[in-house]
Design a protein around this ligand. Structure first.
Ligand code: SAH
Length: 229
């Protein structure tokens, strides 16, 4: 038995899931064709997206399509973002091992898992109680001990753990919730889609330098509405 376990470990690699599932070829193709080919260069981001098993973050009936180039329903009227959007948001945050992240809109937990591969800690808030529970459980089962989940309204951020080096908002409000600006660290970056639900939304980066906030538009996007409790 021991020999078999050791052999398996050698063949599959010590950390496990990335090489052992039948979707690893699809995941590699996703990274090459949808992410790298469109200009994402950050090797940590490419590596994270090649590792995180996206098919385990979507409902079972959609697993076969998990690595395709579009967002997908995750229940409760919500969606998991298109892989490329996850890559853009992760890269725009300039993540590294020293960073503490706040995510508003846990959804499936996929974006949290991707950035958790790179940073120190991720605090993530979800307003739909069932999704908050399911994603916390999923992230725990997959071994993401550096992701801390809670149910609630992310409008207020997470004061006890502020300030954050990176804030990712994955639902679109019309304007930035002021508590989130307050909880952004000096030198920190917030990536947030802004705009009306019916119209076009703009994915924006706000960076905070010497007490001043600078903003830049990344692209036009379509996210689910930012809700309030
Ligand atoms: N990051 C997610 C994308 C989920 S879609 C993923 O990788 O799967 C956006 C999510 O934001 C939805 O689940 C929605 O319920 C949630 N949401 C909307 N308004 C919110 C708010 N005020 N606070 C926390 N979560 C919110």
């Amino acid at each position: 038995m021991r020999i078999i376990v050791i052999l398996l470990t050698v063949i599959t690699g010590t950390t496990g899931f990335q090489d052992t599932d039948r979707f690893s070829a699809a995941r590699k193709r996703m990274v090459e064709e949808q992410i790298a080919a469109r200009g994402i260069r950050n090797s940590d981001v490419l590596r994270a997206m090649e590792k995180v098993p996206r098919h385990l973050f979507v409902p079972r009936e959609y697993q076969a399509d998990a690595y395709k180039d579009y967002p997908m329903p995750i229940g409760y009227g919500q969606t998991i973002s298109q892989p490329y959007i996850v890559a853009i948001m992760t890269e725009a945050g300039k993540p590294d091992r020293s960073k503490k992240v706040l995510e508003v809109g846990t959804g499936s937990g996929y974006q949290a898992a991707v950035i958790a591969e790179i940073v120190k800690e991720v605090y993530t808030i979800e307003i739909v109680p069932e999704l908050a529970e399911e994603s916390a459980e999923r992230l725990r089962e997959l071994g993401y001990t550096n992701v801390i989940c809670k149910y609630g309204d992310g409008y207020n951020g997470w004061k006890e753990h502020a300030p954050f080096d990176i804030i990712l908002v994955t639902a679109a409000p019309e304007s930035i919730p002021p508590p989130l600006i307050e909880q952004l660290a000096e030198g920190g970056r917030m990536i947030i889609p802004l705009g009306k639900q019916s119209g076009v939304q703009e994915l924006m980066i706000f960076s905070r330098k010497n007490g001043k906030t600078e903003s830049k538009r990344i692209s036009f996007v379509r996210f689910v509405p930012f809700r309030r409790l």
